[in-house]
Write a protein that binds this ligand. Structure first.
Ligand code: ZN
Ligand code: ZN
Length: 467
């Protein structure tokens, strides 16, 4: 992720003096400023975007609810729950939101038991800002993707933005969506298909994600399909009459090999990975059934569609060569690539940098290769979206030795420095919401940019076919 890095301020906690110098540089600096006596550059992704007069109010409000946010963050982290089973997190977040003045909470929205929606209405019609809170964990790894921190940042951000609305008597709405099951199960896609975001008439969609590498308002992810395959052959005695059998295992192994050969002709950001889940059970019987699951990722929907077809052809090759029957199923709730809205990113950067955060220039940030996939991607094709990455640290301030989906990252996701970073993100996301609510013409410009950069929303389809 740091491949394009020109230079960076050291990632260790900056001293008061450094922060002071940084603030001085930022307050006078053009977009890129060389700092005295060092090789690093200070970038301003905000590109001169004016800082909101509500900055201090937002920051002070989040600071005032730190204890509540901290206990919620710890509670979710220490009680990991899998997708659609986030009963405790759902109860914790909804009961907390029900206690908040002016919020209207709907539990299990759209008949999805662990989804929810909390709405704060302003003084009349105005922009509608959606914050998404994730809180699912991974099997055996716990909160190794740090979704407890996503919940905390969105919760704090939504409450801070609503507090500004209340005090300034602003029009519009803030909606906190509880979005379960991000890991592979597509909670947001399910909510999208249930019409929850459409019915709420949101104008923009905000979320964030922790990482072990640098901070960035630009989340660049791949589109992805997940497929399940089954081969059906015919059993036969492996010694007495193997010629009477049809070897399902061989069909799947051939397909896996064909995929491996195909990798040579893939684009750098394409990925195909998976596993064989069964291939037979008796050593002296020709295997009559074999099955596996694979995930396919590519830059965007068009490239993914093409790649998924090529992968399907590999599976067909295995069937053709062995005579086994193939059942090829694309799972529902595939994820689209995430598209970041530049104006939302610039607004976020203004707050994040004012809070002491450091970002690479946006032109460089935007050139990163995609990594991973998220169901926020599907929303980003429907509404202007941001999902900034934020770097988290261990208890001792060191960088986690490995990234998301590892044990080391799970430990970091529960640390105090990681929680404190999520508060910076909460403030910055609240800042974006308040900008949208208060800056004349900003929402129109955001929507204009969204329309211009919109790519055709393609198939997020599931299908099952025999070959
Ligand atoms: Zn994850
Ligand atoms: Zn995640």
């Amino acid at each position: 992720m740091d491949r394009y890095l020109i230079a960076r301020i050291p990632t260790v906690a900056p001293s008061v003096l450094t922060l002071g110098l940084l603030a001085l540089i930022l307050s006078y600096g053009p977009h890129t400023v060389a700092a005295t006596g060092s090789t690093y550059l200070v970038s301003r992704q905000s590109n001169g975007t004016a800082l909101s007069p509500h900055f201090t109010a937002i920051s002070d409000y989040v600071d005032s609810i730190t204890d509540d946010l901290s206990s919620i963050n710890t509670e979710i982290h220490s009680n990991p729950e899998l997708g659609y089973e986030e009963v405790k997190a759902h109860e914790l977040l909804t009961s907390f939101m029900e206690e908040q003045e002016g919020w209207n909470v709907t539990r299990s929205v759209g008949n999805i038991s662990t989804a929810f929606m909390a709405v704060f209405e302003g003084s009349g019609e105005g922009p509608i800002v959606g914050f998404n809170a994730e809180y699912d964990a991974l099997p055996e790894l716990g909160h190794a993707c740090g979704h407890n921190l996503i919940a905390t940042a969105s919760l704090g951000g939504a409450l801070a933005a609503a507090d500004v609305m209340r005090k300034e008597n602003l029009a519009g709405k803030i909606i906190l969506f509880g979005t379960p099951a991000e890991e592979s199960l597509g909670g947001k896609v399910k909510m999208l298909e249930a019409g929850i975001f459409n019915d709420a008439k949101i104008d923009i969609s905000l979320i964030s994600h922790p990482t072990s590498s640098g901070d960035s308002p630009y989340m660049i992810t791949t589109s992805t399909d997940r497929v399940d395959v089954e081969y059906y052959g015919r059993e036969a005695h492996a010694a007495a009459g193997p010629w009477e059998g049809i070897n399902a295992q061989d069909g799947l192994l051939l397909a896996n090999s064909a995929i491996s050969y195909m990798r040579q002709q893939l684009r750098p950001s394409d990925r195909v990975h998976g596993f064989i889940s069964s291939a037979g059970s008796r050593i002296n019987v020709i295997s009559a059934k074999a099955s596996g699951s694979y995930q396919i990722r590519a830059n965007d929907e068009t490239q993914l569609s093409n790649l998924t077809q090529r992968v399907e052809n590999c599976f067909k090759a295995g069937a053709l060569a062995t005579g086994a029957e193939l059942n090829f199923t694309i799972r529902p709730y595939g994820y689209a690539n995430h598209v970041t809205n530049d104006l939302l990113a610039a607004s976020y950067a203004t707050f994040f940098e004012e809070l002491g955060g450091e970002l690479e220039p946006s032109e460089i940030d935007k050139m990163k290769d995609p990594s991973g996939s998220t169901d926020q991607g599907n929303l980003s094709h429907e509404w202007p979206s941001i999902s900034p990455y934020f770097q988290i640290f261990n208890e001792d301030g060191s960088v986690p030795s490995s990234g998301p989906h590892t044990a080391a990252f799970e430990v970091a996701a529960g640390s105090k420095p990681a929680f404190e970073k999520s508060l910076v993100v909460a403030k910055s996301l609240a800042g974006v919401a308040v900008d949208v609510l208060t800056v004349d013409g900003l929402l129109e410009q955001i929507k204009e940019e969204f329309e211009k950069t919109k790519t055709p929303s393609l198939r997020r389809r599931s299908l099952s076919r025999n070959a």
